[in-house]
Design a protein around this ligand. Structure first.
Ligand code: ACM
Ligand code: ZN
Length: 556
């Protein structure tokens, strides 16, 4: 008898197909990801789902966000597992299934795993996206892996609606591709707000068409001080800015990843670059020069000059046109009033407005409050909300403003009591420009402080001194990355990783599921594999330094 090998092979393939022949798993997924999900229930008696190169990703058809979500999952897994999964529109009975379900849109999601499917359900594409993040983080980094996903259910939703990360691109400038990578890093940590600090004393970094000198002159400084030697200057011209098209490209890139870009135009202080370009906007008329040293300048916008209000409104018109974010950050921090005290225009304005010193505030502080109110009202009139640093509480806080508490939590507590929305970014837990180790000599030079990942992890953003009703004003939490001493994007990554992972559990996870030992010893090592896959530079001190309670009085 002649055996036809071809038909035997064919017959075997069809048996295999019929029996849903699945390859033998080489590894197992773990749903203990960062940030730790709200609830994970495994059904150990049931067969796992086996993910392999033939697995398909299906998704709710006719929805561009869902199509993009499926593509994201495919793109995340291709380098991680070494193969490309096929994406198909429509809800399949097998494979990974991304399904929108009816209900009020939230960022929550549910993943149900059985032998046939990994079903991700959410009421919004953003919720599906976070389910996708959980899937990618639950899988190993292993070329050609066949992964068993244990049967069970994951139900998850964020603790806070505002989960932010800030980046100062003024003290040092990073190109568009780096900003996109930063946004990718935020998405990996389930963050949804990118606070882009675009203007400073040391450089104006956003093109404003009505005021071209802001970037022609204001984006360039004639050197940079060396470390903390205030009298030094490296004499190297330093500059850079983003065109409006580039800003729009970033907004779209972030929005595709369910991240809102909140631009910051810091005013009336931190404006030396602007007054260098347009000296008539300052109290003295200049001349000014884009600052080459760090620290706080006494050179502010003149709050007694009508032209300044016109300038601010025109700048904000362009900013609002580029950034659809409902929230626009208007700074307000670190405004010494020395010049305003001497400026005839500012003093005339104080008189006209009848601002008087009282036990709490000086007339000049009240002038800043007037300025902030004016800008806040302008934004409100255009359907936007102002966010300001906690100094905006001084002199009476503007009606609609959200307060970003950075000098510890005091400002946030006061604002919540005044029924203002609060974002907690206390320097004591959230300033990622601080050192991650006390072994400063073997760390990249930093501004000071000491903020190890363990201390970030320990942060509880709802102050116990507030009532539950007052706590409800705490909108969320953010890390700030000031870049005086962070000249490269690789160093930005080093400063944010893995502290950003610790923060992600503060922002997203419920306190009951947080556990620092498990975070450090089980979850983070697996997330680090994804950092390494993406060539993200990260700090290893969490594993090499002795754990010690943080001592934030280490000094600058
Ligand atoms: C700040 O750190 N000056 C807000
Ligand atoms: Zn003035």
């Amino acid at each position: 008898m002649i055996i036809n090998l071809k038909s035997v092979a064919l017959a075997m393939t069809s048996i295999c197909l019929f029996a849903q022949c699945t390859p033998t798993p080489t590894s197992e997924a773990s749903y203990d990801v960062i940030p730790m999900p709200q609830s994970i229930t495994l059904t150990e008696s049931s067969e796992p789902f086996v993910l392999h190169s033939g697995t398909q990703i299906s998704y709710t058809a006719g929805n561009a966000d869902m199509e993009r979500n499926a593509q994201f999952l495919k793109d995340y897994l291709a380098p991680q597992l070494g193969y490309e999964l096929k994406t198909v529109p429509g809800i399949a009975s097998k494979g990974i299934v991304l399904q929108l379900v009816d209900g009020e849109a939230t960022e929550g999601y549910k993943i149900t795993v059985d032998a046939n499917r990994v079903l991700v359900e959410a009421t919004s594409p953003a919720g599906i996206f976070y389910g996708i993040q959980t899937i990618r983080k639950s899988l190993p980094v292993e070329q050609g892996a066949v992964v068993a996903l244990p049967a069970g259910t994951i139900t998850d939703a964020p603790r806070f609606d505002y989960r932010g990360a800030h980046l100062d691109v003024c003290r040092h400038f990073y190109p568009v591709d780096s900003i996109k990578t930063y946004i990718d890093m935020l998405a990996l940590h389930n963050m949804n707000k990118f606070h882009w600090h675009l203007t400073e004393d040391q450089g104006w970094r956003i093109e404003i068409k009505q005021f071209p000198k802001l970037t022609e002159i204001g984006s360039v400084r004639n050197g940079t001080m060396i470390r903390k030697d205030w009298d030094s200057n490296d004499s190297i011209q330093y500059g850079g800015f983003y065109t409006q098209d580039e800003c729009r490209e970033i907004v779209k890139y972030a929005a595709d990843r369910y991240i809102t870009v909140i631009p910051e135009i810091d005013m009336p202080g931190h404006m030396v670059a602007a007054v260098t370009a347009y000296p008539e906007l300052g109290c003295t008329g200049g001349p000014y020069s884009v600052r080459t040293i760090w620290g706080v300048s006494e050179e502010l916008l003149c709050a007694g000059n009508d032209k300044v209000y016109d300038f601010v409104e025109k700048v904000l018109d362009e900013v609002m046109d580029i950034f659809p974010s409902k929230d626009i950050h208007i700074g307000g921090d670190e405004c010494p009033k020395t010049e305003w005290e001497k400026c005839p225009k500012c003093q005339k304005k104080i008189k006209e407005l009848g601002l008087k010193k009282d036990k709490q505030f000086t007339a000049e502080q009240k002038l800043q409050a007037y300025f902030t109110k004016h800008v806040d009202e302008y934004l409100t009139k255009h359907g936007r909300n102002a966010i300001g640093w906690d100094e905006i509480l001084e002199g009476g806080v503007s009606e609609n403003a959200t307060v970003m508490s950075w000098r510890g939590e005091v400002g946030g507590i006061e604002a919540a009591r005044l029924k203002h929305r609060v974002i907690m970014t206390p320097n004591t837990y959230c300033y990622f420009d601080y050192y991650q180790s006390k072994d400063r000599d073997n760390e990249p030079f930093a501004i000071g402080g000491f903020l190890p990942a363990s201390h970030v992890y320990s942060y509880e953003p709802l102050p116990a001194s507030l009532t539950p009703e007052e706590q409800s004003y705490i909108w969320g939490v953010q890390c700030n990355v000031w870049t005086e001493y962070i000249p490269t994007f690789s160093q930005v990554q080093y400063m944010i990783l893995p502290r950003g992972a610790a923060l992600a559990e503060v922002q997203w996870s419920q306190p009951e599921v947080k556990n620092y030992e498990k975070f450090k010893n089980e979850r983070l090592p697996r997330l680090i594999k994804i950092y390494e896959l993406n060539n993200y530079n990260y700090c290893k001190r969490i594993y090499t330094d002795k754990e010690e309670p943080s001592d934030l009085n280490v000094g600058w």
